[in-house]
Design a protein around this ligand. Structure first.
Ligand code: AHR
Length: 636
């Protein structure tokens, strides 16, 4: 390869090597019915009207007694598998008839199965009458059988877990699970579960492979979890409690989802940390600051108590929970909480480095007092952990200043800023961080998205974000993390738009914004070079922005050029000072009609296109109209 000789590097600035990551919140069916690969909806009969007005223990289930069979079904709570999971069903089979008495489950908009693939079924059962009651399980469509029929010979008067494997003989997008009791008597059933055997990295209790892979393809540097508003819930009783989400599934404590559905917490803290490890992302858990949603006490909900923050006694327990989280993640397997991690199959620590406290909380005395209590203890006991505070729900004005005043007072390591704004806002705020104090708290742009008209995921919105992301790279010495939000949205079940990745039971539909993010996340650097790319465009036009970073690990120099204009843009590139460069470079281009969007009906409208170009120490690149270009140049 021909090499371009250049001068030695100068004026480079070290920037965050972990700038771009992901924000995961269980909103829009992101967990149950989404990333979590469980195919049965309401497997543990814990749905209730507090999740959604017309939901109950039997939502997504149908009782069947066809073919001259007789019997009844009841939902009971007197003797559950575990007190944390109180509801179960009892089938009272009086006459088995031709088809038996049983239950059907249609999963999330129908169960999707693929011919030839295997599915792991499990349930807990308890015989309530003297005789054994065999049950059969199968996947069916309205037209007939889709898998083999497995027979489970229940043989215990105590709760016992049984498993069976079903092999799909046909593909179907709307199968249902059919479980039928084949003898008279009474039997109790709970935790009826069905997973594809193929999950992401073949994990048991794992994640949906295609969706997880789409996330992994981003190569995010960190992953925030579990939100968002889900962190604090909509009342003190609805906070996300990490301890309720680990351990055996039947012992986890499910709860209402603030976005008006249900959290099985099957995708809990263990699954989250394991996923981070599987995709090479640093875990960034966020815990509530001991206050409810914007310190409201959840008063808008029936049953909202109005209590804004945890009491002093409750705070003691709560702070210990936060310390225990750190021990669970990082402690030796001989420690109390490290042992629980080890028991789940991960004796090695997870290497937690960051923790967020609070999400968009109003900076009130109630919040400040509780934040400080948590911050001081965690900081004293774990100086190795970077603590991320919040500037509150606002990103400008007096309330935002309150957030910064408090951050400065506490000297918190980093603060979380959120903004969902029109594309124009991003374009007009490209200099937002240029003058931020370098010695003050660092910034995590924890939630952002450009909201175009009708909240569509247009190329226009993606380019506004891309433009802005070049400014985050330029300010990567003060902005250490940034994550688009929200990440996932199941079509037909969204409470929020736009999202980065839409999906159905069968399809993954990445937005144009996803591809813009991917171009940044896949092309990060740890050194920023100013003034490498220039264009003859007035600063006020705000149609052009660019960045040049170098990734010290690979030695690659990466140029990003955004052209929002409707005509070509000549970008002048001067690579003097960047060392010896390979003349062959890879160009990835995202461009098209600014009003275009991808959808599940048309996933490929705008996707990145890759080609090769020859570069020189000094060259001109013609950026097409409405485009984001990434040019990757090897130095080795
Ligand atoms: O991302 C959706 C919501 O927006 C988050 O839950 C909340 O933090 C923000 O207001």
């Amino acid at each position: 390869q021909q090499l371009v000789k250049t001068k030695s590097p100068s004026a480079a600035k070290a920037i965050s090597p972990n700038l771009f990551g992901i924000f995961f919140e269980d909103i829009n069916y992101a967990a149950d019915g989404g990333l979590y690969a469980e195919l049965i909806q309401n497997r543990s009969f814990e749905y209730s009207a507090s999740d959604k007005r017309d939901w109950n223990s039997l939502t997504a289930w149908q009782f069947t007694k066809e073919g001259f069979s007789y019997g009844t079904i009841s939902v009971e709570t007197s003797s559950p598998v575990h007190s944390n999971n109180p509801h179960y069903v009892v089938l009272n089979i009086e006459e088995t008839g031709r088809d038996g008495v049983g239950l059907n489950n249609t999963g999330f908009d129908g169960i999707v199965i693929k011919a030839g693939e295997q599915y792991n079924f499990s349930l807990f059962a308890k015989q309530l009458t003297a005789n054994a009651i065999p049950v059969t399980v199968q996947l069916r469509s309205k037209k007939g059988n889709l898998t083999n029929e497995a027979t489970i010979n229940t043989d215990s008067k105590d709760w016992k877990k049984y498993t069976a494997t079903l092999t799909a003989t046909q593909s179907d997008d709307s199968a249902m699970l059919v479980i039928v009791a084949k003898a008279t008597g009474k039997i109790a059933l709970d935790m009826l579960s069905l997973f594809p055997q193929k999950t992401f990295k073949d994990r048991s209790n794992g994640l949906r492979a295609d969706l997880a892979q789409t996330i992994a393809d981003l190569q995010p540097k960190f992953m925030r979890f579990p939100g968002g508003c889900l962190v604090h819930g909509d009342g003190l009783g609805n906070m996300y409690q990490w301890k309720n989400t680990i351990g055996p599934l039947e012992q986890r404590i499910e709860q209402r989802n603030i976005w008006s559905y249900h959290q099985s917490v099957g995708l809990g803290y263990f699954e989250y940390f394991q996923f981070c490890e599987d995709i090479g992302a640093k875990p960034l858990p966020v815990v509530a600051a001991g206050v409810s949603c914007q310190n409201s006490g959840g008063t808008w909900r029936i049953g909202g108590t109005g209590q804004k923050g945890l009491s002093e006694a409750e705070m003691k327990v709560y702070i210990q929970d936060v310390l225990d989280l750190i021990e669970w993640a990082n402690g030796a397997s001989t420690t109390t909480w490290g042992a629980k991690r080890a028991a789940a199959g991960h004796p090695e620590p997870f290497h937690l480095q960051y923790i967020g406290i609070g999400n968009e909380d109003k900076i009130t005395p109630v919040f400040k007092e509780r934040f400080k209590m948590i911050y001081e203890v965690v900081h004293a006991k774990h100086p190795e952990i970077t603590i991320i505070g919040t500037t509150g729900p606002f990103h400008s004005g007096e309330d935002y200043d309150l957030g910064w005043n408090f951050a400065n007072e506490v000297k918190v390591d980093m603060v979380d800023e959120h903004y969902y704004e029109k594309p124009e806002w991003f374009i007009n705020n490209l200099k937002r961080y240029d003058n931020y104090a370098r010695a003050a708290s660092k910034v995590y742009v924890g939630e952002y998205a450009a909201h175009d008209v009708k909240r569509r995921n247009t190329l226009r919105s993606a380019l506004a974000e891309a433009l802005y992301m070049t400014s985050l790279e330029r300010n990567g010495d003060v902005v250490l993390f940034a994550s688009y939000a929200p990440l996932l949205g199941r079509k037909g079940h969204t409470q929020w738009n736009p999202n980065l990745i839409y999906f159905t039971g069968t399809q993954i539909c990445p937005t144009i914004n996803y591809y813009a993010q991917k171009l940044f996340t896949n092309n990060e650097g740890d050194l920023y070079y100013p003034n490498v790319i220039t264009a003859n465009v007035a600063d006020t036009a705000k149609t052009f922005a660019a960045s040049c970073v170098k990734d010290s690990k690979t030695g690659d120099v990466i140029l990003k050029i955004v052209n929002r204009d409707s005509i070509n843009l000549s970008a002048k590139i001067n690579l003097s000072g960047l060392g010896a460069l390979n003349t062959n470079a890879v160009v990835t281009l995202l461009s098209g009609d600014p009003d275009a969007e991808n959808s599940c009906e048309s996933t490929q409208n705008i996707t990145p296109k890759t080609s090769n170009i020859t570069v020189n120490k000094s060259f001109t690149y013609q950026a097409p109209p409405s485009s984001l270009t990434v040019i990757r140049i090897h130095t080795k």
